[in-house]
Ligand binder design. Sequence first.
Ligand SMILES: [Zn+2]
Ligand SMILES: [Zn+2]
Length: 351
Amino acid sequence: MSRRFPIFFLIDVSESMVGEPIMQVKEGLANIIKELKTDPHALETVWLSIIVFAGQAKTLVPLQELVTFYPPDLPIGSGTSLSHGLGQLMFEMRRNVIKTSTERKGDWKPLVFLFTDGVPTSDTHGAIAEWQQNWKNSVNMVAIAIGDQTDYGLLSQLTENVLFFNDNKGSSYKEFFKWISASIKSQSVAVEQNRPGFQMPETETGGALSRADLSKSSPGNLIDDNYAVFAAKCQTHRRPYLIKYGKTMVANAQSWGQVAMYRLINAYQVDQTYFELSDESRVSKRISTEKLIGAPSCPCCGSQVSFALCGHCNNIHCIDLSNPISTCPWCGVSGQYGMSSGDFDVNRTQG
Ligand SMILES: [Zn+2]
Ligand SMILES: [Zn+2]
């Protein structure tokens, strides 16, 4: 057997990724796999693994050879624990990467692609220290910051290869994943020629991908400000769903200026993995419904009211309008539902 070239994808699946971004990443991964499968060199050496993290981390696919690899569905969770993500990555590498010994030649230097779109919501010191001490020199990592809310300073402690991906353009994801396929191909050749370091292919200036400006300080905000995402449960199907709003500036007559509001993007069904990947203590910031524009129907049952607040546990659920008695799918408390006309505060997830 030829020496293996292990590649790990460590993907942030926090709530701000729900909808279009996660679909794009999934499609992008599928394209990378398809592309690599046509490359005889990659086919012979490349092994892949996919690890996701939100508030918790999970290995979706343990290290597996390219030939038999199929891209999995990507779940969504609450929170962004880079610390758990790194921990899971190091665990998988300890378990699966073969070190060179006197009896056998081990794997080529592993390559890690880290995708993240936010600011970690948990302490990262321990995981970063462990990474620097045990892995940084024996692994090549490319950290890709999606959107401009990412903490570059933190990523630069993990690797000198920090890229900024501008997700504002429609076609940019395509270009982005093409770049990743190209970098895997060139790196699979480079490792065999024992070239040191990671040979980063050129990024197009003004394109979707560029070197991150590491002098930019961290946003210092534990909540991703570009989106407001609310976790809810369907009363009929008991399934969780997420309601996603995007920040928009609107004119304000009273202050003669502009104020930040959040406009509805959409509501999405998520599966139970959502709870598995979420922080146990979901610290949330409150946001007034005054700031929200638009309300979706429930993506699970189609009810027109998907944004009802339980007076008992403060969680959001949909209402079955044909039934005058409403039972909260979170806490089980029943009650007659009265429509409130005033604005109320709702708990917003960390993103
Ligand atoms: Zn529903
Ligand atoms: Zn409740």
